[in-house]
Design a protein around this ligand. Structure first.
Ligand SMILES: [Mg+2]
Length: 252
């Protein structure tokens, strides 16, 4: 539900990219910023937690049925959408009175890399490129996922927007990120499954932008997207073959 809200907020742009092979000129890219949930990791986990487990725990806590709990939570998510509180474990813990970390731990068998993601990270690490996870996920959420994937060890740095007090939708986030990781914006690639976030990166001048077409493995591929899109990382990185991607995932 929380994630759905991101997906449903479309951009006003009129140019819609139909799905096509994505060609990146890697010689123009020195630094790669990567979203975590729905980009490197399967959004099915987050969708299950926020659509089902959190509303159920909230319903149990205050003695209402799950449909009403979903309705109340969704209404409040709409009110604070796009703010840093929207992504904050502390905020939602206080709002709902439930143990959000415990709720997240209930479904960790669903925490999984998206197709080719781990092979892509390992390929990047073998090049000289700087790699950074840039996420709106709260540090507690990162910890739950890292405990099951070791994803933080696969990149040079992990930045939660909570450290900057500004979500990725805000220009302040990109100013702080490029200050901490000083690469020219025109030599950076950013990949996310959230188009309003990609719009903010584009406004700041990040030159290479891709959107994930199928962030949730249990849902269909999205088609009306405004940035070059892909599903499996082997589509954007010919250096990794589907076989090596499978091997890397098996190693995880
Ligand atoms: Mg995402």
């Amino acid at each position: 539900m929380q994630q759905d809200l991101h997906q449903s907020e479309d951009t006003a742009g009129s140019i819609v990219q139909e799905h096509a092979a994505v060609e990146l000129n890697w010689s123009e890219i020195d630094c790669v910023f990567l979203d975590m949930d729905g980009t490197l990791l399967d959004l099915n986990y987050d969708n299950h937690v926020w659509n089902d487990l959190v509303p159920q725990a909230y319903a149990d806590k205050i003695g209402i049925n799950i449909a009403l709990a979903q309705q109340k939570l969704l209404a409040h998510m709409r009110e604070i959408h796009g703010s840093i509180e929207f992504y904050s474990f502390d905020y939602w813990t206080e709002y709902t009175g439930i143990d959000l970390i415990a709720t997240h731990r209930q479904a960790t068998d669903l925490v999984a890399y998206r197709p080719g993601a781990l092979a892509f990270l390992r390929w990047l690490q073998g090049t000289d490129r700087h790699t950074v996870i840039a996420t709106n996920a709260h540090p507690h959420s990162i910890n739950v996922k890292d405990a099951h994937t070791n994803i933080c060890a696969e990149v040079d740095a992990v930045v939660s927007s909570h450290a900057y007090g500004a979500p990725k939708e805000a220009r302040a986030f990109w100013q702080a990120l490029l200050q901490e990781h000083p690469y020219p914006a025109e030599r950076c690639l950013f990949i996310d499954d959230n188009e309003p976030v990609l719009d903010a990166a584009a406004d700041y001048g990040i030159a290479h932008l891709l959107v994930v077409a199928r962030p949730d493995s249990e849902r269909p591929r999205k088609t009306q997207l405004h940035y070059p899109s892909f599903d499996d990382f082997t589509e954007i990185c010919p250096a990794i073959l589907p076989d090596s991607a499978d091997d890397a995932a098996a190693d995880a």
